[in-house]
Design a protein around this ligand. Structure first.
Ligand SMILES: [Cu+2]
Length: 265
């Protein structure tokens, strides 16, 4: 229905609602544009100099323009109250239950996305700013904490299972970044000092999307959508959406690999 907008391919369960909202906004704005444009052209002709050589201080007495403005206001109220607020309530405000969702922490920094999974125990290990090392431990994860043993961290690689609600807890280490994945129709600023949750349900795997777009190199990309410094343009993360089994295999392998690297284990 909204193909005419030329949006990126859709890969999240609720994305259709966002697209329809975008579609309606464009339709209303097109009507307004044509209306205002027509009104402007009419005024140029109607109040041309040859017809009105001298300014008339009383001005126009008709109320037509006031009625038009009220009509514009009504259209904008419809957009706000009939579309935006209900959509916000359904899509943003109401988080999925924590036991049905996969919770991932994503921390922006200049210029990378740090991804942190709690692992099978579902508990995020302790982090400590003193342990922070940009190369080896960008999140300052304390591996001596029992809850951290099975935690998985990656840089710029977000793996997600398909058809499962994902809650991303967004944070930032330095400046304002913005987590934007166009195919999931999500975009949210990551603000230092705040932890901001967003959620979505990816419903097309990377493999399916590659087949659909006939592009074997297709990847979902986390684009930093706030100009965050000189390296902003290279602040790209990648999202791989897999089946539940593939995702489980990936995370198990990751846990294995990290425990082998871990000198304290
Ligand atoms: Cu950034």
């Amino acid at each position: 229905m909204t193909e005419w907008l030329g949006l990126p391919a859709l890969a999240a369960a609720h994305g259709g609602q966002i697209d329809s909202m975008l579609g309606w906004t464009h339709v209303y704005m097109l009507i307004l544009f044509v209306g205002w444009g027509g009104f402007f052209a009419y005024c140029l002709v109607r109040f041309r100099r040859s017809r009105q050589p001298v300014a008339n201080y009383a001005g126009v007495k008709s109320h037509t323009s006031s009625y038009l403005e009220v009509a514009v206001l009504v259209v904008e109220m419809v957009l706000l109250f009939a579309f935006s607020i209900p959509l916000w309530a359904a899509r943003v405000d109401r988080m999925p239950a924590a036991n049905e969702a996969l919770l991932v922490e994503v921390t922006g920094e200049q210029f990378a996305w740090n991804v942190h999974y709690a692992g099978p125990d579902g508990v995020f290990g302790r982090t400590d700013i003193k342990l922070l090392d940009l190369q080896s431990n960008p999140l300052g994860l304390d591996r001596s904490d029992p809850a951290a043993k099975d935690d998985v961290t990656t840089v710029n690689q977000l793996y997600l299972p398909v058809n499962k609600p994902i809650i991303v807890r967004l944070r930032s280490k330095d400046v304002i970044h913005s987590f934007g994945v166009p195919e999931f129709r999500v975009k949210q600023d990551a603000i230092p000092g705040l932890t901001i949750p967003i959620w979505f349900v990816p419903n097309v795997t990377t493999a399916e999307m590659r087949a659909r777009t006939k592009n074997p190199e297709f990847q979902y990309e986390i684009a930093c959508a706030q100009l965050c410094g000189l390296g902003h343009a290279r602040m790209r993360g990648f999202v791989t959406v897999e089946t539940a089994d593939e995702f489980q295999k990936w995370i198990d392998a990751k846990i294995q690999e990290q425990s082998e690297e871990d000198p304290f284990k």
